[in-house]
Design a protein around this ligand. Sequence first.
Ligand SMILES: [Zn+2]
Length: 217
Amino acid sequence: MADLDLRALATRIGASEIRLNDNTKTLLSLRGTPRTGLRISLHHQLLQHPDALEDLRLWIQGRTVSPRLRSAIDQVFVSMKETQRATIAPVLEPLNGPLDLQATYRRIHDTWFSHLPIIPIGWARERSGRLRHIRFAAFHRVGARISVNPRVDQPWVARLWVDFLIFHEICHHAQACRPIPGETPHSARFKSWERRFPQWEQAVAWEKAHVDRFLSA
Ligand SMILES: [Zn+2]
């Protein structure tokens, strides 16, 4: 498959040239005209889907993406995300010691939420043993306070992710300060605030990559 003959493929699908790319967004593009020659640029990981590549002929003719070509493109995106996660997740700086909740909260509050009143933050009750699901933190509307799962306090946990966790809960506090009747907790307004966290993608990727480790702790 890796030794797929690109020149033969180009001939079959009606292109003059196929080049490989390592793009992250546009995996497939077409340049030129039938008169001057059609040059295709395609992501190298698409070579792992030779059947789908035969549908490039239809794509060239009508610029329509067949279901199996669409599926191949989607699979390449998924695999790129996985690679990204594997390379991002381990490089974040770990806590390497006890987590100071108050100091973390105050730093995040003062940096991004200084317009909001200070509220209490503390540890939730400890639950031992293996869990099937974990709630890392919560904002309690009644009494306006934040509680954090003690399992978050482990030396290997990324500091950036802890910041994101607290940031998330303070966004809930911000919602409670300016309530909209009937609003769901993770509404569009909430998500737009949450996305302002710098390195949002890295924090989310870190959580996905490490959630299992919290369950067995
Ligand atoms: Zn939430």
